[in-house]
Write a protein that binds this ligand. Structure first.
Ligand code: MRU
Length: 359
């Protein structure tokens, strides 16, 4: 992704003892990077959502293990870093996937070689993520090309929820990759960007990305999607996911389920972009997915930009009222039209998934 003419990934190594990430808590108001020097730094960056999005959480955890090995390459240090990083966020299975891959690569290797192995493996996870997302983009592009061909030159209206773009991955994104490719291929596209309360990943991050790439888009309140679907102004939906279970159920940002219900009621195709690393064959159905509960402050307090450019944090709710804040929900497979994976597109169900993403 290019920002002001410079190509960025969301995470990159600095020398052999640090990694740098884009601070997503500051976007869209400030473009800042943060240097992470230890497994603790990586764990904090994930918990505080300096980095977020399932694939990027996995990539950051992988570098967290590499940084832990740099400090102490013992088995005990490996276990400690693994447990620390695993405890950061419960829903995205990419975290488990990346940590397991790092531990499998390191265990039984001589201590003297562990730093180099860990550094290489983390870099490979990042490079593969870029290729996976590029591939999702190419498969999704075929769907958008077909849909666009029915529009007689009018823009294809795509609704997305939360941020499953390049900021959520190492580059390209999952749900947004086909949109970037369609835009680059000259297919007229317009994106309805769900605001995505409470943390506003849509209004803050997806809109920032689409703006930087020049893709026409409109931010809408989370509750407006159903209305636009009824009015025939949404041609299809594409969202990302944090975990897909063996039966095809999808965990994604809170509110995804309501969008899928509205899409079903209005005959709007509802696609989920799914990298292989987000598939969880160990769980049978979405009911088993742990749903993260985050701080009530995310609902009760908001930070925004003042006219003078400064940032201010304000309370927006009745003082003293509590709030509940589940960060994800589960969309049943029956509401999903298809999965756009790095290995092709399939129906949302066990057979389709098994054919494309074998265990
Ligand atoms: O809480 P977040 O911002 O990490 O949630 C992100 C999402 O829900 C994304 O849709 C999902 O991780 C897929 S990212 C390619």
């Amino acid at each position: 992704m290019n920002i002001n003419g410079r190509h960025y990934r969301t995470i990159w190594p600095v020398g052999d003892d640090a990694v740098e990430v884009i601070d997503q808590t500051k976007l869209p108001h400030r473009f800042r990077t943060v240097t992470l020097r230890s497994a603790d730094d990586c764990a904090r960056a994930i918990s505080e959502m300096i980095v977020r999005g399932a694939p990027l959480i996995g990539a950051t955890a992988a570098y967290g293990i590499a940084l832990a090995m740099h400090d102490d390459a013992s088995d005990e240090a490996l276990d400690r870093a693994h447990d620390l990083l695993l405890a950061t966020r419960p829903t995205a299975v990419n975290l488990h996937w990346a940590l397991k891959r790092m531990c499998d690569a390191l265990r039984n290797q001589p201590r003297s070689e562990r730093v180099a192995i860990a550094w290489r493996e983390a870099a490979a996870i990042c490079d593969e993520d870029v290729e996976t997302c590029r591939s999702i983009g190419e498969h999704g592009l075929k769907i958008l090309r077909e849909a666009g061909a029915t529009k007689n030159g009018a823009p294809l209206n795509i609704l997305t929820h939360c941020n499953a773009g390049w900021l959520a991955t190492v580059d390209w994104g999952t749900a947004l990759a086909p949109i970037y490719m369609a835009h680059d291929a000259g297919i007229a596209t317009h994106v309805w960007v769900d605001e995505t309360r409470p943390r506003n990943q849509g209004a803050a991050l997806t809109a920032f990305e689409l703006g930087a790439h020049g893709v026409p888009h409109t931010i809408i309140a989370d509750n407006a999607g159903g209305h636009y679907m009824q009015a025939g102004e949404v041609d299809l939906c594409i969202v990302g996911t944090d975990r897909v279970t063996a039966n095809g159920d999808v965990a994604n940002k809170i509110g995804t389920y309501l969008k899928a219900l509205a899409a079903k009621d209005n005959g709007v195709p509802f696609y989920v972009a799914l990298p292989s690393s987000t598939m969880d064959w160990s769980l049978h159905s979405g009911r088993e997915i742990p749903i993260e509960e985050r701080s009530a402050d995310e609902l009760l307090i908001m930070t925004g930009r003042l006219p003078d450019g400064g940032l201010a944090t304000v309370e927006i709710a009745n003082p003293g009222s509590g709030a509940a804040n589940p960060a994800f929900d589960v969309t049943p497979a029956r509401l999903v039209t298809g999965f756009i994976t790095d290995r092709g597109v399939c129906e949302a169900g066990p057979e389709g998934l098994r054919a494309l993403l074998p265990k």
